[in-house]
Design a protein around this ligand. Sequence first.
Ligand code: FAD
Length: 248
Amino acid sequence: MAQWLDAKVAGRTDWNDHLFSLQFECADFPSFKAGQFTKIGVERDGKILSRPYSLVNGPESQYLEIIAVPVAEGLLSPKLHQLQVGDELKIMAPATGFLILDEVPASQDLWLLATGTGVGPFLSILQTEQAWQKYQHIVLVYGARFNQDLAYLPLITRWQAQYPERFHFVPVVSRESTDGQLQGRIPPLLESQRIQQQINLSLTAQNSQVMLCGNPDMINDSMNILTAMGLSKHLRRSPGQISMERYW
Ligand SMILES: Cc1cc2nc3c(=O)[nH]c(=O)nc-3n(C[C@H](O)[C@H](O)[C@H](O)COP(=O)(O)OP(=O)(O)OC[C@H]3O[C@@H](n4cnc5c(N)ncnc54)[C@H](O)[C@@H]3O)c2cc1C
């Protein structure tokens, strides 16, 4: 049964002035599947104000971790942005959600398409053996406005070193041009095959599973393009190639 657990901020990383990660200590948090989310809450006047957040850490990690932005006019996220080490909060146990590899059919390649904080569940998935055992090639396409909005690059670089032939990292920034890096939005770059050409890998219904997380426009536009390419939404009762999670 779902229940609130007490947690404490154990660390924070400020990737820039608005993009941040929080690490939490939460004794007895039950095991979870990489890609799942939980609710994070702060107690005010006897009430818990909470929102769902994906876990970035791998299931084996000692700490729970989330990545977030303070949404303008948002009720909770600006409060999370102010939390400091030692501050107390509530975490809902257990974690839940279906953006997990158990729900994604086997295939040759796995494509992870993320914008902004939507990269979180994929970072958790990439920390599992299951991901590297189940797929030959894993592609992480990570979209952001500026290079400074790309978080966790040291972790991502480690996978590039560990799996040089199997892991393909494609950063895409929309408002800045950098030599050798794709500029624009993920959906048109998929449609024009620029992403596939950059890593010399095809994306077809026969060889790929695709997971989407992040900005709703990216999800909707990518869905349309992938559908036109012959892929379909994956449902248990009707297997396909596209799995997704919407944050809003
Ligand atoms: C399954 C699930 C997992 C989620 N995981 C994450 C996560 O890992 N990290 C994260 O930052 N958020 C995540 N979210 C979104 C998060 O739950 C909150 O909606 C967000 O932090 C805003 O909360 P708020 O109380 O500040 O804003 P609210 O007062 O609830 O206002 C919500 C509005 O903020 C906007 N919004 C929500 N999220 C974002 C965002 N990331 N960027 C820009 N605008 C946004 C939308 O317009 C939404 O209608 C997730 C949502 C779901 C459903």
